[in-house]
Write a new protein. Structure first.
Length: 120
């Protein structure tokens, strides 16, 4: 039988300090905005602080979902583990090639522009 609060062992530690991306990762986090409660539990766990709130105008609801600044993400999966183990299950980790193809966004070795370069 699972001891009370055992599931908390699955939760990563908060980052000791905020770092930044140094090269293009192999996987990237994508929030399912229709599934995200906007609880923001994942936000402080990101070691590069690249999770932000979707602008309120997009959905016009009191608590908007969060989004990833894709080109700043280092693909560590911590946010997805936090979301799955603490709250919901709204973050997918996608291979970068799949992400770039599906979302028509080019990621780079740099962290700018924050959301990547739109592909035509
Ligand atoms: S923890 Fe999950 S549900 Fe909460 S804001 Fe982050 S992605 Fe959304
Ligand atoms: S995978 Fe999640 S926690 Fe890790 S850098 Fe990307 S957005 Fe931040």
């Amino acid at each position: 039988m699972t001891a009370p609060y055992d599931h908390y062992r699955m939760i990563p530690s908060l980052p000791a300090k905020i770092t930044e991306k140094r090269k293009k990762p192999k996987i990237v986090a994508v929030v399912d905005e229709d599934n995200c409660t906007g609880c923001q539990a994942c936000v402080p766990f990101c070691p590069v602080d690249c999770i932000s709130t979707v602008p309120k105008e997009k959905y016009n609801i009191p608590i908007p979902p969060v989004q990833i600044r894709f080109n700043e993400c280092i693909g560590c999966s911590i946010c997805a583990r936090v979301c799955t183990n603490m709250t919901w299950d709204a973050i997918d980790m996608l291979p970068v090639a799949q992400f770039e193809s599906e979302y028509k966004i080019q990621l780079t070795d740099e962290k700018s522009p924050p959301y990547g370069i739109p592909k035509s």
